[in-house]
Design a protein around this ligand. Structure first.
Ligand code: PLP
Length: 395
């Protein structure tokens, strides 16, 4: 990215790259596993670190470097790395910090596979995790002394509760506890955790950064020192590298990220407010509606949830929807719906120890890029089709 001119706005910086070979406007996709050397001496110079040249694509690829620079600039970090999934970004970030015997403090209601990573593989490496209520500063504070890592996700992606990232990051720093925040929901357009004092920010780039539901990827950004630690201690050996093809798709997605986020923001708010007034909706969980004074969010996306009244038959509601497709992901162009009753049945007995606090009447919506009035009409006809008592008969 054009880091020589930081006064340019994010929109402009996302569109402009440093010049590419042959004057190519789009970054060349270096579809190669290795890079060769012109001479013995050139190879020696590279291995001594005197010159920068990619050696092997598991570790380094010029297409990926373009992406790294753009992510670092977007998240206002010194450096960034890309991975083959959001979970690869999260596991690399966590494993660069913790050792056997260490303790992690993590918010309840965290992304389900992050929870499973901490409860499964990390626990088996003798890394203990304490799950705390991220909205309760005292609950977090009393668990920090002696911990190594505080893991945050604000807001989380079922109940959309925000944590006070700035206050929690400060408390953690005072106890020499490093912090990671999953910023997938807000996207770098609407929130920058590093500027709030968080040490590492992670994203499922599968969601907004890709934006086209055709790529699985993840990114991490932070200080040069912490990113180098990930790059040198864990990333090459865990091997979850992003392909150059996928890096190029993410760079393309980034060009329109601010535009897409603005559209998700506008349509999402419009539909959330209409749902909040609907007679068969008990509550809407959306950070704009559950507004917190401390919130650093500059805007909202298209993902939120609502709880329906007992009058609504949820399977009928989901099946009656024509534009909202049933599916778990989000952040692409298409609108989606997930009922909590289905999504949370997967936790099973093994994971019953944590109360995720998601009532069975919750439905999560992702408001895509379609015309919001078409989407609202779709929701309205689904409510009508799924109402146990015919809606015309109220007194
Ligand atoms: C999807 C998601 C992840 C995991 O990312 P993948 O790209 O699927 O590995 C992590 N955190 C949040 C909030 C997510 O929505």
């Amino acid at each position: 990215m054009n880091q020589k001119n930081p006064s340019l706005s994010v929109e402009t910086q996302l569109v402009h790259d440093d010049p590419h070979a042959e004057g190519a406007i789009a970054p060349p996709i270096y579809q190669t596993s290795l890079f060769t050397f012109a001479s013995y001496q050139a190879m020696v110079d590279r291995y001594l670190g005197d010159v920068h040249q990619a050696v092997y694509s598991r570790v380094d690829n010029p297409t990926n470097s373009v992406l790294h620079d753009k992510i670092a600039t977007l998240e206002v970090g010194e450096a960034a790395l890309a991975f083959s999934s959001g979970m690869a970004a999260i596991s690399n970030a966590i494993l660069s910090i913790v050792r056997p015997g260490d303790r992690v403090v993590c918010i309840k209601n965290v992304y389900a596979d992050t929870y499973r990573l901490l409860r499964g593989p990390c626990a088996r490496l003798d890394i203990e995790t304490v799950f705390v209520d991220g909205t309760d500063i005292d609950d977090v504070k009393k668990n920090l002394p002696g911990a190594k890592l505080l893991y945050l996700e604000s807001p989380n992606t079922w109940m959309f509760e925000e944590q006070d990232l700035a206050t929690l990051a400060k408390l953690a720093r005072a106890e020499s506890v490093l912090t990671i925040a999953d910023n997938s929901w807000a996207s770098p357009i609407n929130q920058n955790p590093l500027q709030l004092g968080v040490d590492l920010v992670v994203h499922s780039a599968t969601k907004y950064i890709s934006g086209h539901s055709d790529t699985v990827a993840g990114v991490v950004a932070g200080s040069k020192q912490l990113i180098e630690r990930i790059d040198q201690d864990v990333r090459p050996y865990l091997g979850a590298c992003l392909s150059a093809q996928d890096a190029a798709r993410l760079i393309r997605g980034l060009r329109t990220l601010p535009l897409r986020i603005q559209r998700h923001h506008d349509s999402g708010l419009q539909i959330a407010h209409k749902l909040a007034e609907h007679k068969n909706v008990k509550r809407v969980c959306h950070p704009a509606i559950q507004k917190q004074d401390f919130s650093p969010l500059r805007g909202y996306g298209g993902l939120f949830s609502f709880e329906v009244s007992e009058a609504i038959n949820i399977p009928l509601f989901c099946d009656a929807l024509a534009l909202f497709r049933l599916g778990v992901s989000w952040g692409g162009y298409e609108s989606l719906v997930v009922p909590a009753a289905v999504s949370h049945s997967q936790f099973g007995a093994n994971n019953a120890a944590v109360d995720f606090g998601v009532p069975p009447g919750m439905i999560r919506l992702f408001v895509g890029l379609e015309d919001p009035s078409d989407l609202w009409n779709d929701l309205q006809q689904a409510f009508d089709a799924a109402t146990n008592a015919p809606s015309g008969n109220e007194s």
